[in-house]
Design a protein. Structure first.
Length: 681
């Protein structure tokens, strides 16, 4: 391809990608499949690598990241980023309204209400329609230039198509969508990483990461709510918001114009409960005087505008007593302190525990045993302690002394430089670590022997029948039948001795036997190599085909695999360098566990489905889902995962979700049955 041809191709591809991106991220519509979209992007990246001069700052390839920023430049804000005054009650809000009325000396005025998104404030500067800079709030006067990271947020336009002012700034809130937060945390759990504590702090931490490809993998989002610039001439905040929305910025549709403070109060009441249904955390609402000349008239105090205020919803909180702290040891040996609380009712559930994260958090809160504490439920999985009633503390209380030895095996804990958590280094002998690895191995996503359950595993370990997961393959029905194990209640004092019944023993033996057919990529995930989650295991298995190839791969070869970075590569090397792990692998091999990818020979049966795309959904009478997929491929068709306007067929089985059918009908997709499909081939 000549340079000029490449130039045209880059332009065409960029336009196409931008078009689909905008459709998807601003209007939630898709007319091509994810697969087709990724292919366009890959093509563009390949061309830009071939012709680096063609890589523009507004190229959609920036979305996937890859830039490393060692230190963020500090940028002085053109207009300071002020904060908002807070109100917590109707009275305070009416006082604010009174001050506005007084300041406007009898003029009519109205309000514009928005939700207060709990994320990270961002300032975006555009010049001639191109995103030039993204800066955090910092101290309000100057913040960090995080442009490379912000570019990975798909809903932030890199280049605007509309006719826009030559220079302007928009501000908004970047946030971690709750579903995405959950997805990332599930993935972290899989690889034995500490879970992210909450969406807000994680969004902020993510935007300050040095490697923008990690930022890209977290799929943050951004709502914009403020337009600034010289001579923009919009009469009201509402018209400015309408303008930025029409230029392609994402604006939350939750705003409302309110003529009176009563209407504002209605808005507040409306969202008090409803806000929990949104995919973003909110902690209140923001009330702004709508007319911009009136805003100017009202002006600012040193810290915040007089024309706007926030109303904070009361966080659901409760007061209780910290009775003790226990320490949990995870699969990787990381220690997490947990607060045991006097049971208290909070947001409809009884709370007995709260996370304390690590030693730093205990020190930060200065929380002590016996203290009266306030607990809140935020985006966290379990509640957190927000503050301590120092005034009601007894004088003989003492600061918490963090444990120095493992609560499970008494080994001295270590804390690596730069890490917040303590670790128990006794990988081989620490019971929860041994149990955790086996638990990970047997889970459904891995070897699918989860009929065993943690208590039976403990029983097997206690009885000396197994020492690691490879030993599971030696177990016999006779050993399992009648096996005694102990079940513990919440408090460790209450326990009961049970035994495995004939039927369960039979099921376990069968599940262990069946697990020998589990494909290599899942076995690789099951091994529990740090940082090797499900997706990484799939990538490694696809690339190396067998465990032997993987075990002998040097660092340089490992990092050549797409998506495998230094950290994962080193972890793989460390794992296989350990002779005990190699012994376990050999034992698995001898037991007949799959350590080679089953290279499926592509079967070709015909070409009747050439070029046609299929989504399959539900369960089928004659085929398993995988068999149906193979059948489609064998006849020239392609299976895709999401329904889009370009999809040819939806093959509908039993128990198909109603939303899929609805979407397909709306997009006029051919919905066919299993029998229709068989007719086609
Ligand atoms: S307007 C001059 N609107 O709240 C005030 N802020 O306490 C400009 N925030 O730093 C801010 N949602 O990070 C505004 N709809 C919204 C908001 C919002 C969240 C945050 C923002 C700001 C902080 C002020």
């Amino acid at each position: 391809m000549t340079f000029d041809e490449a130039k045209n191709e880059v332009k065409a591809l960029s336009e196409k990608i931008n078009y689909h991106n905008e459709l998807y991220y601003q209007k939630s519509e898709s007319v091509i499949t994810d697969f087709e979209f990724d292919q366009l992007l890959e093509k563009l990246i390949a061309l830009e690598n071939q012709f680096p001069e063609l890589k523009l700052e507004d190229s959609p390839s920036q979305r996937v990241g890859g830039t490393i920023t060692k230190e963020f430049d500090s940028v002085v804000h053109k207009y300071p980023m002020l904060s908002l005054g807070n109100t917590y009650s109707q009275e305070e809000l009416r006082d604010f309204d009174g001050r506005v009325a007084k300041g406007l000396e009898g003029q009519d005025y109205e309000y514009f209400c928005e939700l207060k998104f709990d994320g990270v404030a961002l300032s975006l500067t555009y010049e001639n329609g191109v995103l030039k800079r993204a800066v955090t709030r910092g101290d309000g006067t100057q913040g960090d230039d995080i442009t490379a990271n912000a570019k990975t947020i798909r809903s932030i336009p890199l280049k605007l198509k509309a006719a826009v002012p030559a220079e302007f700034e928009v501000r908004g809130e970047a946030f971690f969508p709750l579903k995405e937060f959950e997805r990332v945390n599930n993935e972290r759990e899989d690889i034995g990483e500490e879970k992210l504590a909450n969406p807000r702090n994680s969004a902020s931490g993510t935007l300050k990461m040095q490697d923008s490809s990690v930022v890209a993998s977290r799929k943050l989002d951004c709502y914009l709510y403020y337009l600034l610039g010289k001579d923009l001439n919009y009469p009201t905040h509402a018209t400015a918001i309408e303008a930025i929305e029409s230029w392609g910025f994402k604006v939350s549709p939750t705003y409302k114009q309110c003529a009176t403070i009563e209407e504002v109060l209605n808005y507040i009441n409306h969202w008090e409960e409803k806000r929990h249904e949104l995919h973003v955390e909110t902690d209140g609402i923001v009330i702004k005087v709508n007319d911009l000349s009136q805003q100017e008239q009202l002006g600012f105090t040193a810290k915040s505008p007089r024309w706007a205020i926030s109303y904070k919803y009361k966080a659901e909180s409760a007061t209780t007593v910290l009775e003790s702290i226990s320490y949990q040891v995870g699969r990787t040996g990381s220690v997490t302190p947990v607060a045991n609380l006097k049971p208290v009712l909070l947001a409809g559930t009884t709370v007995k525990r709260a996370s304390l994260h690590n030693a730093n958090e205990i020190a930060r809160l200065d929380v002590r045993i016996g203290d009266t504490v306030h607990v809140e439920k935020g985006g966290e999985i379990i509640p957190k302690i927000t503050t301590v009633e120092i005034s009601s503390r007894s004088h003989d209380s003492e600061p918490v002394e963090y444990i120095s030895n493992c609560p499970e095996c008494d080994t001295m804990l270590i804390r690596q430089e730069g890490e917040a958590n303590h670790y128990c280094p006794n990988v081989e002998g620490c019971p929860p670590q041994i149990l955790g690895r086996i638990d990970h191995f047997i889970q459904r996503k891995a070897m699918d022997i989860d009929k065993l359950g943690p208590e039976t595993i403990r029983g097997l370990l206690d009885n000396g029948l197994i020492r690691n997961y490879a030993d599971l393959y030696d177990l016999t029905y006779e050993q399992l039948n009648g096996l005694e194990f102990t079940t513990y209640s919440d408090k460790k004092e209450d326990y009961a001795v049970r035994s495995l019944r004939e039927k369960s023993a039979g099921n376990v033996v069968k599940a262990i036997e069946e697990s020998k057919a589990v494909p290599f990529e899942r076995v690789l995930f099951a091994l529990g190599i740090r940082f090797v989650g499900k997706t990484v295991a799939e990538k490694l298995a696809e690339h190396f085909i067998s465990i032997d190839n993987l075990m002998s791969a040097p660092f340089e070869t490992l990092i050549e695999v797409p998506e495998i970075g230094d950290r994962i590569a080193q972890s793989v090397i460390d794992f296989f360098e350990d002779s005990k792990n190699r012994g376990i692998v050999e034992k698995l091999r001898a037991s007949g566990v799959q350590l080679v990818s089953e290279k499926k020979e592509a079967v070709i049966e015909g070409n009747t489905l050439d070029g046609k795309t299929f989504v399959i959904s539900g369960v089928f009478a004659q085929f398993s889902r995988d068999e149906l997929k193979d059948k489609i491929k064998a006849n020239g068709g392609k299976v895709v995962s999401s329904i889009s306007g370009k999809l040819d067929y939806l093959v509908a089985g039993d128990k198909m979700g109603p939303s899929k059918l609805e979407k397909a009908t709306k997009l006029n997709i051919n919905v066919i049955s299993e029998a229709d499909f068989l007719d086609m081939i």
